[in-house]
Ligand binder design. Structure first.
Ligand code: NAD
Ligand code: MG
Length: 394
């Protein structure tokens, strides 16, 4: 039986992964090694019982007792805290879903790759902050990294049987997020609740807000560069309100392969789970005659400064991705806490990048876990200073 672990099992990607495992036979078909989560103990315990996992881990030490109690009598081992999370990645497994949100997903993923485990990667922050480290580790250990982000799964599928050297351009699409049709002046007043509703995709809160600001697409552009190893200039973003075409690959002979499907993450998760085969998936089917029309447009730079910042990050290289992501995560926390406005997230991130890009510690350093962590912390501290300044201005 295939041994499987899910990091971030209780989140949006995690729940969809569990759903697919259950539909494909659950505990009878898979040997579930470890499931990890945060404060949603009831969900984590229910998942662990349903899949008869060996181990359940919460990343919060103060949730240990509750998880222990929820799993009493089940025979399922319980652990808590960031070290326990990394230790869970040491448990032998064949396939691991990396679906923790944020840079916290990097270390368990790296550890899993060290053991040669196939890594289904939803956690885009791993590639943005430490792409060469993660992929270098995979190459050294002969381990696979399979993309789970829908756009990257789409590109991956369009490239089956193709030579990356024949690719002229990769285009990833963006719905335009919650505020696509809002007048620009109104964006400054956008609330957390408004930003937390996505027009097409049902996702975790953080990535949903990142979709409204296009920070998500900015991360994905960098993710594309890292994962497929192509030049920044060969990556394009297209606003596509229907979210039915997920990505397009343009080849040197003028051919363009588009990947289409309803916006349902179980497609990309299922593809990574069953790769290199395809299995029946419970996703709604596409009826183009009924849909009738698809719309595409270039993103408006004034509306989406995050995309410009992504270009700057790719130009800088080195640990600029770690600085960008750390500042973004801190700015997002601050927006969610009501400390700064929606547009100020990009202002804060840009100011942090400006400040840190002058520092030699960002560019000409080895990309290892210590340096990534240091730059992440530095960017967060720097963002905190900027946020304080913004709040005084407000
Ligand atoms: P989510 O917020 O719904 O779930 C996040 C999971 O990570 C939860 O299990 C939570 O308990 C855990 N977690 C949060 N902080 C943690 C920490 N510090 N340490 C350990 N665990 C922690 O997030 P999501 O929407 O499922 O997204 C997960 C990842 O997948 C993100 O990187 C996101 O960008 C990516 N992704 C998500 C979608 C989607 O449809 N939701 C699509 C593409 C990519
Ligand atoms: Mg995506």
């Amino acid at each position: 039986m295939r041994r499987i672990s899910i990091f971030g099992a209780t989140g949006s990607i995690g729940v969809n992964t569990v759903d697919l495992l259950e539909r494909q036979g659950g505990a009878k078909a898979f040997d579930v090694v470890a499931l990890t989560g945060g404060r949603n103990i009831d969900r984590l315990a229910a998942q662990a019982r349903a899949l008869r996992a060996d181990l359940a881990v919460t990343c919060y030490p103060d949730c240990y007792a509750a998880l222990k109690e929820a799993l009493a009598g089940s025979g399922i081992e319980v652990a808590a805290g960031p070290e326990a999370l990394v230790a869970a990645a040491d448990r032998p497994a064949d396939w691991i879903m990396s679906a923790i949100v944020g840079v916290a997903g990097l270390q368990p993923g790296l550890r899993a790759l060290e053991h040669g485990t196939t890594l289904a990667l939803a956690n885009k922050e791993s590639l943005v902050t430490a792409g060469p480290l993660l992929l270098g580790q995979a190459a050294r250990k002969g381990a696979r990294v399979l993309p789970v982000d829908s756009e990257h799964s789409a590109v991956f599928q369009a490239l089956v049987g193709e030579d990356i050297a024949a690719v002229e351009k990769i285009t990833i699409t963006a719905s335009g997020g919650a505020f696509r049709d809002w007048p620009l002046e109104r964006l400054a007043t956008a609330t957390v609740k408004q930003a937390s509703t996505h027009p097409n995709w049902d996702m975790g809160q953080r990535i949903t807000i990142d979709s409204a600001s296009m920070f998500n697409k900015a991360l994905e552009v960098i993710e594309t560069k890292e994962y497929f190893g192509i030049d920044a200039q060969a990556i394009d973003v297209l606003v596509h309100p229907e979210s039915l075409v997920h990505a397009l690959v343009s080849f040197r002979d003028g051919a363009v392969m588009a990947h289409m499907g309803q916006p349902d993450m179980r497609h990309a998760i299922g593809y990574a789970l069953n790769w290199p085969d395809r299995q029946d998936l419970p996703v709604p089917r596409l009826d183009l005659a009924q849909i009738g029309q698809l719309r595409f447009s270039a993103p408006d730079p004034a509306r989406y400064p995050a995309l410009r910042l992504a270009c700057e990050v790719m130009r800088l290289g080195g640990l600029a991705g770690a600085a960008f992501n750390g500042a973004k995560e801190r700015a997002l926390d601050s927006f969610i806490a009501g400390e700064i406005g929606f547009l100020q997230m990009a202002e804060v991130v840009e100011a942090v990048l400006d400040r840190l890009s002058g520092e030699s510690g960002l560019i000409n350093v080895e990309i290892n876990l210590d340096n990534v962590t240091e730059v992440d912390h530095l960017a967060r501290r720097c963002a905190t200073e900027m946020i304080t300044a913004v709040r005084i201005k407000r």
